[in-house]
Design a protein around this ligand. Sequence first.
Ligand code: ADP
Length: 632
Amino acid sequence: MPTETFEFQVEARQLLQLMIHSVYSNKDVFLRELVSNASDALDKLRLAALRDDTLDADVSDLHIELEIDKDARTLTVRDNGIGMSYDEVGQLIGTIANSGTAEFLRELREAQDTAGAEGLIGQFGVGFYSGFMVADEVTLLTRRAGEQRGTRWTSRGEGTYTLDAVDDAPQGTSVTLHLKPADPDNQLHDYTSVWTIKEIVKRYSDFITWPIRLVGEAGEDDEAAGPETLNSMKALWARSRDEVSDEEYHELYKHISHDWRDPLETIQLQAEGTFEYQALLFVPSHAPHDLFNQNFKRGLQLYVKRVFIMDDCEELLPPYLRFVKGVVDAQDLSLNVSREILQQDRHIRMMQRRLTKKVLSSVKSMMTGDAERYATFWREFGAVLKEGLVTDPDNRDAVLAVTSFATTHGDDGTVTLKQYVERMPDGQDDIYYITGESRESIDNSPHMEAFRERGIEVLLLTDPVDEVWVDAVGEYEGKRLRSITKGEIDLAARGDDTSEDDREKRAEEYAGLLGWMRERLEEDIKEVRLSTRLTVSPACLVADANDLTPALENMYRAMGQEVPRTKRILELNPDHVLVKGLNEAYGEREDRSDLSETAELLYSLAVLAEGGRPKDPARFVQLMADRLERTL
Ligand code: ADP
């Protein structure tokens, strides 16, 4: 087969340009990326050989080699792992599949300036291409385990790459970097220096579970004459916390998560006894962009007795903790364990329970010990964690304990249920909340009026999941969770200055109007009544205590479920001039056709006030324009 030349995919070309003209100051990380890929390739081969004993592959001495050639100014990273076929090289190396990288590019386009770009490179793994930060040409030679022929990939990163079929390639992959000219002012980053390479491996890749060896003539540093293993290969999860530095933990996190940022929290657990296992879990510092996608890849890495078994093991944590990354190493599982077996395994279920509690208790310590860190956690992952209030009744109290809410009160505007209940004034029996799409729509909602005026605290819930969990949870420490847009709200007990007699009198005065309006608006509402929640607006819509809210109704429809339309209740503000006037006119007039239109308008105003849309906007505009005209 002759040499073939291909063009890089557009995104890949952009990324390469960025690497070649790299503004990123920490170029050393290219080695971590290549070693990380090599390590993954060795894991994959070991597993493939375990599953398929007919695979014609050599697994006797799996390792990574680093080779420096000072004269040629090359650095080679070599593994004898799974390798790639001719087609795979084109697919995997010529295009960008990693969703994190795609997100990186999108953000990069938005950042524009170079300072922004530098910050971004620091946040995302860019894998293999990072080699172009230090090399002006890269050659990759690979042969897939079990196949005869190998492939050579070469590129200067400038738009095209070439592929050759090669007959005598060794199993696995070697990546040779033709290093850019040395910078005499920057000896520390001379990648032909044995000292530099050793230092970088120690810093970024010490925990890699395969030996990383330095081979070949190692220039002036004669101590590296024979193969020397550079990494300790110690499993960090099996060591006690005081033996391991934060940096070491963070490097492991970056290896398994493909995130270049430090994690927010490191959680270690060592379970002893009949079923022994170790876990090292990380809470990232930023939520990935696809956390709410249906096919978000979740799960931990599973090891059995230090041997990597699988990525994305979903059984170890519930879906609402899907943002947690990490490693679990079990002593007593079979190396052949499959996903099917895991789903049924009693021990795995026990592990899940224990790990869940451990993560929740870590969040709790964050909350009590480090308010700022907890605030970051909550901002990034609160909306996901709250799913647990619905899906994990066993841990509901623990989840609720670390949940916080935006609120109308308090200095920093957030509150826990515990705090809310503690500062509830005497006479208040319920925990009040309002749900809505955004803070603004809630703040301006007419439902808030009486609460604001009387200084009653209301929780402001704007995540989609809030609509669901409040019903599932129902109460906290014997106090009901009550939506201020549902049911009758009786604020009289707390400083409503209207006396019982006054209210009865008023009810009588309005009885005729309310009944008449109910008939007029029958198609849309089930009841018209006087409101205790309005102080400024003339009218608002509320639901019965057990009705679905409009948001929930929409959610069910969006999920394809049939939901009957729930009729709501129209509440009128008897202190509003418009309502008062309407009542007087109702008492005096024989011909009520004009009033009928006013009733319709009042209803439409209530719909608009909560961010809804009048049923017949054209008619609404016409009626409104007509009224306005009469004021001229
Ligand atoms: P990432 O590692 O984030 O997936 P890379 O650009 O580093 O992105 O690599 C792309 C893909 O190329 C890898 O997912 C892997 O399938 C393949 N690959 C890279 N290096 C090797 C290697 N040394 N051996 C086998 N496959 C490799």
